[in-house]
Design a protein around this ligand. Structure first.
Ligand code: FES
Length: 579
């Protein structure tokens, strides 16, 4: 193989004033001249933060990565990026996913890195890093942080988010005391690591592995398991080789890799958020992933992993059953087994030794939990550019439904009225939330899991059809139609739905219709006026000016595509005049 010229040599390999300066300033950290001798420089992009419990252990993982890099003859340098903590960040981490992607991309490009290890965990940190790495296109490997220990309360397993929602509904219905609910607070999140169900973080870690961007097994080893550190060390060693092989994200994440990821997404009942993220990552590489393709693959992919919220088990059970590698092995007849990965081997070869140890958790392809994938894509006059529903976590009897709309103009309206005993709602109603999309909310928060009105809960109703231009958490369950595009705030038909309008849902036929005449829809749209923008300055303003719709991945319009590196470009652009 031809010897690759390392990018870092432009900084450290020259015997001129700039070469001396670059080495000298870094030697301030105590490195010796030996470290500059033609070793690949490996950046460790660390999204550790005490404001993000899911990523709170990533410093220890970074140390393990460094061991691997040093052992393989590389030179590791850890750097921080912003971190997006799903629980604490308001109004939503999705408002900042693209900002983090820009941070990652620009750091990789601006610094003397020959390879990069991406340390992620919580929901948006994974797609943001993949988007940034795809655009920078320097050899990269991902090490997700892994799921936290499974929650346990009074001998019962509690899945993050999923069961918390269930118990909260029990409190509201008067069937569970507040004291018991407070007890759950101390039992649900038992360690660092991401949520324990097939929420967005678990799904995105699975997507990274299915895309070929991690070592096999990276998606599900528990966060605090010793094997997670061993995997980080192995990843550090591997990226040194990748730097020498010039194995870049654009060579790994090809169209076949995305189709594999979609197939895996559907087979595990993964988060609907993954659709938005995969579309955005692919677009960075010039690959179009229309929603129709997700639906085609979903229709031809059986659901085989029985994980909450679609099923009954937790991520740790998936790990003990053989992990995502065993799922991939089961799916191989449906996958592009020859797709490349960061190991340098095809995906099919990576899972040769994988095995399933629990057929309740990972079903055989011939005996699936359901004949189709977890998510269906809907179209109709209410969602001309599409909407999605996680059918595997919905109520089967509601997948074909006709009901009258109960409309909430925005989230404040919803919060003010869902508890009202006089709300004109019954179990056949369709709850509609507007102005919760990318521009309308803004940031498309996970408000699509509209609470069931208290009067229905007290009557024993557990689910109704709910419809919005928002997203839902990957931990959500129920008949939730989300990602309606175009969103209400840009004048999508959702904007003109009124109380009492009839709405028809037919998931099998992939239809979502407002049963109002075309003429009436036209008339209402003609008198519609856009809401006032939420921001007039700063990052928020930039977000509103450039954000794309859900079916386009919610990236900024100017971030699609990539900028392949040029060896001497960094020094041309940044002549470092202060030295
Ligand atoms: Fe971070 Fe759920 S809150 S993964």
């Amino acid at each position: 193989m031809a010897q690759i010229r390392l990018r870092s040599r432009d900084w450290f390999g020259k015997n001129d004033r700039w070469g001396l300066a670059h080495r000298a300033w870094l030697r301030a950290e105590g490195f010796s001249s030996r470290d500059f001798q033609d070793k690949p420089v490996i950046g460790i992009a660390n999204s550790w933060s005490e404001l993000n419990n899911c990523n709170a252990h990533l410093r220890q993982l970074a140390e393990a990565v460094k061991r691997g890099v040093w052992a393989a003859g590389g030179f590791p340098l850890e750097f921080p990026t912003i971190s997006l903590g799903e629980m604490l960040m308001k109004p939503t981490t999705m408002l900042y996913r693209n900002l983090m992607a820009m941070d990652v991309e620009e750091c990789i490009r601006a610094y003397p890195l020959d390879g990069v290890v991406l340390l992620c965990g919580c929901d948006k940190t994974t797609p943001a890093q993949l988007m940034g790495a795809a655009s920078a296109d320097v050899p990269a490997i991902m090490v997700p942080g892994g799921p936290m220990l499974g929650g346990m309360w009074r001998g019962r397993e509690i899945g993050s988010g999923t069961d918390l929602r269930r118990y909260w509904d029990e409190v509201r219905a008067g069937r569970l005391g507040e004291e018991e609910f407070c007890e759950i607070e101390g039992c649900v999140s038992r360690s660092a690591g991401h949520c324990t169900v097939m929420g967005t973080a678990s799904t995105m870690a699975a997507m990274a592995e299915a895309l070929g961007m991690t070592l096999p097994g990276a998606a599900d080893v528990p966060a605090v398991d010793a094997r997670r550190k061993a995997l980080a060390e192995e990843s550090g060693a591997r990226v040194v080789e990748m730097a020498r092989e010039d194995l870049r994200p654009s060579r790994v994440m090809a169209r076949e890799a995305f189709e594999n990821a979609i197939r895996v997404l559907m087979s595990i009942g993964g988060s609907t958020n993954a659709i938005v993220h995969l579309v955005a990552i692919a677009a960075r590489l010039g690959i179009a992933l229309p929603l129709a393709r997700f639906d085609e693959i979903s229709r031809a992919t059986p659901l085989i992993a029985d994980i909450k919220p679609s099923g009954k088990f937790l991520m740790e059970d998936l790990f003990n059953a053989g992990g995502l590698a065993a799922v991939i092995k089961e799916l191989l007849p449906l996958l592009h087994a020859s797709a490349g990965t960061v190991t340098g081997k095809p995906l099919g070869e990576n899972v040769v030794r994988a095995a399933c140890y629990n057929r309740e958790v990972i079903r055989p392809l011939g005996q699936p939990l359901g004949p189709e994938g977890g998510t269906a894509v809907l179209k109709g006059n209410l969602a001309p550019a599409g909407a999605v529903v996680k059918q595997s976590a919905a109520s089967p009897q509601l997948l074909k439904h006709r009901g009258r709309a109960v409309v909430f103009e925005n989230n404040q309206d919803l919060l003010a009225r869902f508890d009202d005993p006089n709300l004109p709602v019954d179990e056949s109603s369709v709850l509609v939330l507007k102005n919760a999309g990318p521009k309308g909310a803004p940031g498309m928060p996970e408000w699509g899991h509209l609470p069931i009105p208290t009067k229905l809960l007290k009557a024993g109703v557990k689910d109704v059809v709910r419809l919005s231009d928002a997203r839902i958490s990957g931990t959500s369950f129920g008949t939730l139609i989300v990602h309606v595009a175009p969103e209400a705030a840009v004048g999508g038909p959702l904007a003109i739905v009124r109380d009492g309008d009839e709405i028809e849902l037919d998931v099998a036929a992939r239809r979502l219709e407002l049963l109002v005449s075309d003429g009436e829809i036209k008339k209402r749209l003609a008198s519609w006026r856009p809401p006032k923008p939420h921001y007039t300055r700063g990052y928020g303003r930039m977000f509103l000016d450039h954000i794309l719709q859900a079916d386009e991945g919610c990236d900024f319009d100017f971030l699609r595509g990539r900028e392949p590196r040029e060896e001497s470009e960094p020094l041309r652009r940044f002549p470092n005049p202060s030295v």
